[in-house]
Structures are given as structure tokens and as C-alpha cells.
Design a protein around this ligand. Structure first.
Ligand SMILES: N[C@@H](CCC(=O)N[C@@H](CS)C(=O)NCC(=O)O)C(=O)O
Length: 247
């Protein structure tokens, strides 16, 4: 039995974490049955979510979980792609996770209003005497990480500019195709969808989200992925169908 350890539904999303979403999308694209358990990073073998328990074998990190699934279940999420397309998919994945993702984390954790309505509540169950200290300590660690990767050293306007540049790149790469690499979803769609949905959820309000909403092919892509992968989830489409002219 496969158990996926993640955060769970919140923030208007079927899963809070873009990385857990990536793994969950991989499992769903592969049609592998799994159960999901709410966990916390400190219980993971690598101190981060997601991690997987596959019949007693523990695998942490969404990339290594992907490799495990491909090996154990003889799946190729990138089936049909040539060497150049696989290289392009990996390049997109790294841009989304190792750069764009930090602008998203900045939006959630380091914008006071979004932190207050979102991640601050992760600590609500702690005893009131320590709650605020832990909340600020963890937020401080996130700020250090965002600074360590470079993004946190820039002004708000510069961070917005970096995020928009990645959105424009993703939008150009997607073009009018249904999925990033063509007619069917491949591994990189799990990555891009997880991060874009995390940004586009109406739960958070941010200039980066406002800018993302102007990329019509990206909003339609998130709606399409959400409907295909999480049909049970009540997601209000971002791209409401245009009113018929005669309405
Ligand atoms: N490279 C990891 C990144 C996972 C990750 O950043 N998970 C976050 C949640 S979105 C986490 O657990 N953060 C807690 C921490 O770093 O202490 C993966 O692909 O699984």
C-alpha cells in the first residue's frame, strides 16, 4: 500500500504544498491507488514534505518519489518524449522549483497579510504560551532560506519582476498546447500545475497573482489540470467561459 504524507487540503487548494501536489498528481496520472495522511516536515526522513511509504519503503522528496514510482511500477511519465524534450522538461522543472517557487514562497510567507491568513495558522494547535514564538521562528527560517537562494535580497518590485518573467516564460512555452510538452500531461505538468495553482488560488491576494491572472493560457491550464486530476475538488474556474454574445 502506498501512503502519501502531505499537508492536506487548505488555502482553497486540494493540497497546500506544491511539492506534495506534484507527487499526488504523479500518483493520479499513473493511476496508482494511495492513501493520504496529514503529516509534518519533522516526521519526514529528509525533514520536508512530501514523503512516501510504499509497503514499508520510505522515500522522501518529490523527485526521488517520481524515480521510485517509475522504477517500481515500470512507468515513464515522459513516455513519447525525445532526449531534447526531456532536457527541456527538466529545465522547466528546475526553473519552476528552484527559482519561481521562491517568489511564491515569498508571497505566502513574507507578505504580512498572506502570512496571517495562511501559514500562520499552521501553528494554531500549539500551546498559546509558545505559539507566537514558534510562528515567528519558523517564519524567520523561511526568510533566511529565501535570502539564501538570492530572491530575498531584492526589493518587492524586483521579486515581482522575477516572478513575472518566469510566468511569461511558462506562458510562451505552453503556447496553445493543452500541456507543457504537448497533447498529454507529462511529469513537468505535475510540477508546473502544483506551483501555478498554489499561486493562483484566490485565497491569497498578491501583485504576483494579479499578474499571473493576465496569462490566459496559464489560468486555463490550471483549470484544465485541476478538472482532470482533482475532479472531486470544488475549484471555481479562473477562466470563466466567456458569456455568449446573445446572453
Ligand atoms: N525538494 C523537495 C522540496 C519539498 C519542500 O520544500 N517541502 C516544503 C513544503 S512545500 C517543506 O516541507 N518545508 C519544510 C522545511 O523545509 O522545513 C521536494 O521536491 O520534495
Amino acid at each position: 500500500m502506498i501512503t502519501l504524507h502531505g499537508f492536506g487540503e487548505n488555502f482553497g487548494l486540494p493540497e497546500v504544498s506544491p511539492y506534495v501536489t506534484k507527487t499526488e498528481v504523479h500518483l493520479r496520472l499513473a493511476g496508482l491507488p494511495y492513501v493520504k495522511e496529514a503529516s509534518a516536515p519533522q516526521f519526514s526522513p529528509k525533514g520536508q514534505l512530501p514523503w512516501l511509504d510504499d509497503d514499508g519503503e520510505l522515500i522522501a522528496d518529490s523527485h526521488f518519489i517520481r524515480l521510485h514510482l517509475e522504477r517500481k511500477y515500470a512507468i515513464d511519465f515522459d513516455e513519447g518524449l525525445g532526449a531534447l524534450e526531456r532536457a527541456q522538461a527538466w529545465t522547466i522543472e528546475r526553473m519552476v522549483e528552484n527559482h519561481f517557487g521562491w517568489t511564491m514562497i515569498h508571497m505566502r510567507w513574507l507578505t504580512p497579510e498572506n502570512f496571517a491568513k495562511g501559514p500562520a495558522h499552521f501553528f494554531d494547535q500549539l500551546p498559546p504560551t509558545v505559539q507566537e514564538d514558534v510562528r515567528r521562528e519558523v517564519q524567520g527560517r523561511v526568510a533566511e532560506n529565501v535570502r539564501a537562494v538570492g530572491v530575498g535580497r531584492h526589493s518587492q518590485a524586483e521579486i515581482l519582476g522575477l516572478g513575472v518573467r518566469s510566468l511569461a516564460a511558462l506562458s510562451a512555452l505552453l503556447g496553445d498546447k493543452p500541456f507543457l510538452m504537448g497533447a498529454r500531461p507529462t511529469s513537468v505538468d505535475a510540477v508546473a500545475f502544483g506551483m501555478l495553482a498554489g499561486l493562483l488560488t484566490p485565497f491569497f491576494d498578491a501583485p504576483l497573482r494579479d499578474r499571473a491572472m493576465t496569462f490566459g493560457n496559464l489560468t486555463a491550464y490550471v483549470d484544465r489540470m485541476m478538472a482532470g486530476v482533482y475532479p472531486e475538488f470544488a475549484w471555481t474556474p479562473l477562466n470563466l467561459p466567456a458569456e455568449p454574445a446573445w446572453a
